[in-house]
Design a protein around this ligand. Sequence first.
Ligand code: SF4
Ligand code: SF4
Length: 272
Amino acid sequence: MIDQETERLNRQIIEQSKAFGADLAGIANVSDIKRSPSHQMSQKMPEFNGVGTLSVEGRERGVVQWPEDARSAIVIAIAHPPENPELDWWVSGATPGNTAGNRLLMSVVKKMADYLEQTLDIRSFKLPYHIEHGAVYMKDSAVLAGLGCIGKNNLLITPPYGPRQRLRAMLIETDLPSTGPIDFDPCLNCPMPCRKACPQHAFSGKVYTVEDYGMDELPGRSGVYSRIQCNRQMDIDIANAEAIDLEGQTAMGKRVKYCRKCEMGCPVGTAG
Ligand code: SF4
Ligand code: SF4
């Protein structure tokens, strides 16, 4: 049973995140996140050196290292509509963050961190993007925070935006209950245009099994999502990077437009 004061604090944090620019926000308790599929599986998965992973001395690749006092995560999302593709274009050499969407998310997190400390006396931990630098698995955290569910395209699907949003999380030292998950599953009887859109056939066969991992919730829901095949497309996208001028810098930057076909193929969140 959640007491009224806790419920009020959860609501206040969510509303303030939205006032600072988040389109969606929720809270996930750290003990729930630690039990979530990605956090459980990461210890058992084979080594993966693809795009988005890092080699950091003293850190096991893909394994989260929790700050000792972290008790809850605030998870925020900004919508990423098809008409604003630039939000996700990865620009090397651009700082802070490498995408415009990331900069928006970082700005919400910064304002929230100041607000929490100054108004509510709550200490927070800003999280970087990479797990090896101290991040957590954001999609699982977003499900627990009540933002949506993991779809058959292995992405977070939310009622208003489908798979088209960008995510960020921050940790706080206050022990708050998770505000999700919600009762929402648009994939149940869907003919899966998301999977059919994949140029690398990343959903074409079983990669992970219940027997090997001892859990039912696997990547792509049934274990059919191959990050190795998806990574092939990322390598192609990187090879096709465009050289661009960077404001205030003499050296040229590179802009990568990563594949979003499994995002764009999903009809959820496109009606309004
Ligand atoms: S296209 Fe259908 S199966 Fe794929 S994520 Fe969207 S709702 Fe789920
Ligand atoms: S991002 Fe592109 S390559 Fe990767 S799974 Fe989605 S559609 Fe396939």
